[in-house]
Write a protein that binds this ligand. Structure first.
Ligand code: HEM
Length: 147
Protein backbone atom coordinates (compact mmCIF):
# COMPACT_ATOMS: atom_id res chain seq x y z
CA UNK A 1 0.00 0.00 0.00
CA UNK A 2 2.82 2.42 0.88
CA UNK A 3 4.45 1.62 -2.48
CA UNK A 4 1.25 2.62 -4.29
CA UNK A 5 1.11 5.83 -2.21
CA UNK A 6 4.70 6.61 -3.21
CA UNK A 7 3.96 5.94 -6.90
CA UNK A 8 0.96 8.32 -6.77
CA UNK A 9 3.14 10.89 -4.92
CA UNK A 10 5.80 10.67 -7.63
CA UNK A 11 3.21 10.92 -10.43
CA UNK A 12 1.74 14.00 -8.74
CA UNK A 13 5.24 15.47 -8.46
CA UNK A 14 5.88 15.03 -12.20
CA UNK A 15 2.63 16.84 -12.98
CA UNK A 16 2.93 19.66 -10.42
CA UNK A 17 6.65 20.40 -10.79
CA UNK A 18 6.86 19.48 -14.48
CA UNK A 19 3.82 21.60 -15.34
CA UNK A 20 5.24 24.64 -13.56
CA UNK A 21 8.64 24.23 -15.21
CA UNK A 22 6.94 24.10 -18.62
CA UNK A 23 4.94 27.23 -17.73
CA UNK A 24 7.94 29.14 -16.34
CA UNK A 25 10.43 28.17 -19.06
CA UNK A 26 8.19 27.49 -22.05
CA UNK A 27 5.40 30.07 -21.85
CA UNK A 28 6.21 32.84 -19.34
CA UNK A 29 9.15 34.42 -21.25
CA UNK A 30 7.01 34.71 -24.39
CA UNK A 31 4.09 36.24 -22.43
CA UNK A 32 6.45 38.82 -20.87
CA UNK A 33 8.11 39.61 -24.21
CA UNK A 34 4.78 40.13 -25.97
CA UNK A 35 3.17 41.67 -22.84
CA UNK A 36 0.33 39.20 -23.40
CA UNK A 37 -1.34 37.67 -20.30
CA UNK A 38 -3.58 35.55 -22.59
CA UNK A 39 -0.61 33.20 -23.21
CA UNK A 40 -0.49 32.37 -19.49
CA UNK A 41 -4.28 32.23 -19.19
CA UNK A 42 -4.48 29.70 -22.05
CA UNK A 43 -1.90 27.45 -20.36
CA UNK A 44 -3.50 27.81 -16.91
CA UNK A 45 -6.96 26.96 -18.26
CA UNK A 46 -5.66 23.58 -19.48
CA UNK A 47 -3.16 22.90 -16.66
CA UNK A 48 -5.47 23.82 -13.77
CA UNK A 49 -7.77 20.85 -14.37
CA UNK A 50 -4.92 18.39 -13.84
CA UNK A 51 -2.53 20.52 -11.72
CA UNK A 52 -4.91 21.25 -8.82
CA UNK A 53 -6.02 17.59 -8.39
CA UNK A 54 -2.30 16.65 -8.57
CA UNK A 55 -1.47 19.10 -5.75
CA UNK A 56 -4.37 17.77 -3.65
CA UNK A 57 -3.05 14.22 -4.22
CA UNK A 58 0.44 15.40 -3.19
CA UNK A 59 -0.90 16.66 0.10
CA UNK A 60 -2.88 13.46 0.82
CA UNK A 61 -0.10 11.06 -0.22
CA UNK A 62 2.60 13.29 1.34
CA UNK A 63 0.85 13.30 4.73
CA UNK A 64 0.34 9.51 4.44
CA UNK A 65 4.06 8.97 3.71
CA UNK A 66 5.06 11.32 6.52
CA UNK A 67 2.78 9.38 8.90
CA UNK A 68 4.38 6.11 7.75
CA UNK A 69 7.84 7.51 8.62
CA UNK A 70 6.78 9.25 11.84
CA UNK A 71 3.42 8.10 13.26
CA UNK A 72 3.85 10.51 16.20
CA UNK A 73 2.78 13.74 14.50
CA UNK A 74 4.35 15.97 17.19
CA UNK A 75 7.73 14.63 15.97
CA UNK A 76 7.11 16.38 12.59
CA UNK A 77 7.91 19.62 14.40
CA UNK A 78 10.78 18.31 16.53
CA UNK A 79 13.82 18.73 14.21
CA UNK A 80 15.15 15.57 15.92
CA UNK A 81 16.14 13.69 12.75
CA UNK A 82 16.69 14.58 9.09
CA UNK A 83 13.31 12.94 8.31
CA UNK A 84 11.52 15.22 10.81
CA UNK A 85 13.29 18.29 9.44
CA UNK A 86 12.52 17.40 5.82
CA UNK A 87 8.84 16.76 6.61
CA UNK A 88 8.67 20.12 8.41
CA UNK A 89 10.30 21.89 5.44
CA UNK A 90 7.77 20.28 3.08
CA UNK A 91 4.92 21.54 5.27
CA UNK A 92 6.40 25.06 5.17
CA UNK A 93 6.71 24.81 1.36
CA UNK A 94 3.05 23.76 1.24
CA UNK A 95 1.93 26.80 3.26
CA UNK A 96 4.01 29.08 1.00
CA UNK A 97 2.51 27.48 -2.13
CA UNK A 98 -1.06 27.86 -0.85
CA UNK A 99 -0.40 31.49 0.20
CA UNK A 100 1.01 32.41 -3.22
CA UNK A 101 -1.78 30.56 -5.06
CA UNK A 102 -4.52 32.28 -3.02
CA UNK A 103 -2.90 35.69 -3.49
CA UNK A 104 -2.69 35.15 -7.27
CA UNK A 105 -6.26 33.82 -7.50
CA UNK A 106 -7.90 36.50 -5.35
CA UNK A 107 -5.76 39.59 -6.01
CA UNK A 108 -4.01 39.30 -9.39
CA UNK A 109 -5.92 36.98 -11.74
CA UNK A 110 -9.35 38.71 -11.44
CA UNK A 111 -7.74 41.95 -12.74
CA UNK A 112 -5.06 40.38 -14.93
CA UNK A 113 -3.68 42.82 -17.52
CA UNK A 114 -0.32 43.99 -18.85
CA UNK A 115 -0.14 46.25 -15.75
CA UNK A 116 0.09 43.41 -13.23
CA UNK A 117 1.66 40.76 -15.51
CA UNK A 118 5.04 41.17 -13.77
CA UNK A 119 3.41 40.48 -10.42
CA UNK A 120 1.91 37.25 -11.77
CA UNK A 121 5.27 36.34 -13.33
CA UNK A 122 6.97 36.67 -9.92
CA UNK A 123 4.33 34.39 -8.41
CA UNK A 124 4.87 31.81 -11.16
CA UNK A 125 8.66 31.88 -10.69
CA UNK A 126 8.28 31.56 -6.90
CA UNK A 127 5.79 28.65 -7.09
CA UNK A 128 8.03 26.93 -9.66
CA UNK A 129 11.16 27.26 -7.47
CA UNK A 130 9.17 25.98 -4.49
CA UNK A 131 7.91 23.03 -6.57
CA UNK A 132 11.54 22.10 -7.34
CA UNK A 133 12.39 22.38 -3.62
CA UNK A 134 9.47 19.99 -2.90
CA UNK A 135 11.16 17.41 -5.11
CA UNK A 136 14.65 18.07 -3.67
CA UNK A 137 13.52 17.81 -0.04
CA UNK A 138 11.38 14.78 -0.94
CA UNK A 139 14.42 13.00 -2.39
CA UNK A 140 16.44 13.96 0.72
CA UNK A 141 14.13 11.98 3.01
CA UNK A 142 15.04 8.51 1.70
CA UNK A 143 18.66 9.34 0.97
CA UNK A 144 19.70 10.50 4.45
CA UNK A 145 19.15 14.24 4.07
CA UNK A 146 19.48 16.86 1.37
CA UNK A 147 22.62 18.36 2.92
C1 HEM B 1 3.83 19.49 -4.87
C2 HEM B 1 4.19 18.99 -3.74
C3 HEM B 1 5.18 17.86 -3.56
C4 HEM B 1 6.12 17.35 -4.44
C5 HEM B 1 6.41 17.82 -5.84
C6 HEM B 1 6.78 16.25 -3.75
C7 HEM B 1 7.78 15.46 -4.29
C8 HEM B 1 8.40 14.41 -3.68
C9 HEM B 1 9.42 13.55 -4.24
C10 HEM B 1 10.01 13.65 -5.64
C11 HEM B 1 9.77 12.63 -3.30
C12 HEM B 1 10.87 11.55 -3.43
C13 HEM B 1 10.29 10.15 -3.33
C14 HEM B 1 11.33 9.08 -3.13
O1 HEM B 1 12.33 9.25 -2.42
O2 HEM B 1 11.17 8.01 -3.68
C15 HEM B 1 8.96 12.89 -2.16
C16 HEM B 1 8.99 12.15 -1.01
C17 HEM B 1 8.27 12.44 0.12
N1 HEM B 1 7.36 13.47 0.31
FE1 HEM B 1 6.78 14.78 -1.08
N2 HEM B 1 6.25 16.14 -2.48
C18 HEM B 1 5.27 17.10 -2.33
C19 HEM B 1 4.52 17.34 -1.22
C20 HEM B 1 4.64 16.71 -0.02
C21 HEM B 1 3.91 17.03 1.17
C22 HEM B 1 2.87 18.13 1.33
C23 HEM B 1 4.34 16.18 2.14
C24 HEM B 1 3.85 16.17 3.55
C25 HEM B 1 4.64 16.35 4.54
C26 HEM B 1 5.33 15.29 1.55
C27 HEM B 1 5.99 14.25 2.19
C28 HEM B 1 6.89 13.39 1.61
C29 HEM B 1 7.52 12.26 2.28
C30 HEM B 1 7.29 11.82 3.73
C31 HEM B 1 8.38 11.66 1.35
C32 HEM B 1 9.28 10.42 1.57
C33 HEM B 1 8.70 9.23 0.84
C34 HEM B 1 9.58 8.01 0.83
O3 HEM B 1 10.80 8.12 0.82
O4 HEM B 1 9.03 6.91 0.85
N3 HEM B 1 5.47 15.64 0.23
N4 HEM B 1 8.12 13.97 -2.40
Amino acid sequence: MIKLTLIVHLLGATIWTGGHLILAIGFLPQALRKKDPAIIEAFEAKFERIGIPALILQVITGLTLAYAYLPDISKWFSFETHVATHIFVKLVLLVLTLGLALDARLRIIPKLSTANLTSLALHIVAVTLISVLFVAFGAGIRTGGLF
